[in-house]
Design a protein around this ligand. Structure first.
Ligand code: KG4
Ligand code: ZN
Length: 332
């Protein structure tokens, strides 16, 4: 069963073809970063327009890369939410129209379920059940995953998402949007122990997160050391990154230990962070846990993960209706 996946929830226009929910035949991602960079964040109206320009070429390219034409598509999966409504509507309406034209079933998919599925698409999928950390620009949550469609939310951030904190610190340091990769690179040149920022464990037994206090602490530090920022920025980035990674690693391992999972996974844009990957692999091994992290191209937004989720719904005959709408936040 070949599923065409479509993703337009934020600032990436993506299309992918996935066979039987697990084999990626092609995955094309057109990033709008260059456009939004100059505004210091995603401009929703611009995002929608760029999705509209890119959606047909990106889909055509995905078909070309897979060596397939539209007749080979057995079903369509598209991100329904959460995300920017105007951006989601571009992919969602496109998918509806294409499904109608091709007379194939289609399914609107939750973007977060998509991220969780990205770990099944890598070379080293976890065994069930496993504890998964989803860390992206909009979400930071821990789930217990007991099946391809069975996710139990164990904890989540009470304020900022981890990726959002990276983006905000990048902005404070004058390094622009998006900030995750920039801060990650800068931190690699800094000393993580030189500036000690607060770790918000909240209740050490619970699996919730909070990153707004850390963000404020970094902001205050920058204000007090404004004259010396050039010299200090790598150490600030490293100190901040270490504070985020400490908490993420601690809570994910705690989740595995308290829910009887021997496998752990991290997904979402922040899973691309080198320090997080390194620390999880090391500390997971010390605890006897098997650690699973998707390859870099599946950490950020992509349509292969959406196709993978859609496969499981469509295989069970769970289709969307032509009257269905997108949602900005879950639940609809
Ligand atoms: O999953 P994603 O592509 O989109 C959302 O669903 O939000 O995640 C984007 C987030 C951004 O906040 C970005 O700064 C962060 O992931 N990110 C990183 C890295 N690469 C992307 N954060 C830390 N280190 C990175 N290397
Ligand atoms: Zn995402």
């Amino acid at each position: 069963m070949i599923i065409l996946g479509i993703e337009t929830s934020c600032d990436e226009t993506a299309a992918a073809l996935v066979a039987d929910g697990g084999r990626i035949l092609s995955s094309v991602v057109a990033s709008q970063i260059d456009i939004h960079h100059r505004y210091g964040g995603v401009v929703p109206e611009l995002a929608s327009r760029k999705h509209l320009e890119a959606i047909v070429p990106v889909t055509t390219q995905a078909l070309e890369h897979a060596g397939l034409d539209l007749e080979a598509v057995d079903g369509i999966a598209v991100t329904r939410g959460p995300g920017l409504v105007g951006a989601l509507l571009v992919g969602f309406s496109f998918a509806k129209g294409l499904a109608r034209a091709l007379d194939v079933p289609w399914r609107g998919v939750n973007h977060l379920e998509g991220h969780l599925h990205s770990v099944f698409l890598g070379d080293n999928p976890p065994s069930l059940p496993f504890a998964a950390l989803l860390a992206s620009g909009g979400h930071t949550s821990i789930y217990r995953v007991s099946g391809p469609m069975q996710f139990e939310l164990l904890g989540q951030t009470r304020d900022d998402a981890a990726g959002e904190a990276f983006d905000k610190v990048s902005k404070m340091l004058g390094l622009g949007y998006p900030g995750g990769a920039v801060i990650g690179r800068l931190a690699g040149r800094g000393n993580p122990d030189r500036i000690k920022f607060p770790r918000a464990y909240l209740d050490k037994d619970r699996l919730d997160f909070s990153f707004s206090g850390l963000k404020t602490a970094v902001n205050q530090y920058i204000r007090h050391h404004g004259d010396d920022l050039e010299r200090l920025s790598a150490d600030i980035a490293a100190g901040f990154q270490e504070a985020v990674v400490d908490v993420l690693v601690y809570k994910l391992i705690l989740a595995a230990e308290t829910t009887g999972c021997s496998d752990i996974a991290v997904v979402g844009g922040v899973a691309a962070n080198g320090r997080l990957r390194e620390r999880l692999l090391r500390e997971g091994a010390v605890k006897g846990l098997s650690v699973h992290i998707p390859p870099l191209d599946l950490c950020g937004d992509n349509a292969a993960m959406i196709a993978a989720v859609g496969y499981h719904y469509l295989r069970e005959g769970k289709r969307s209706e032509m009257t269905d709408d997108v949602y900005s936040r879950y639940p609809a």
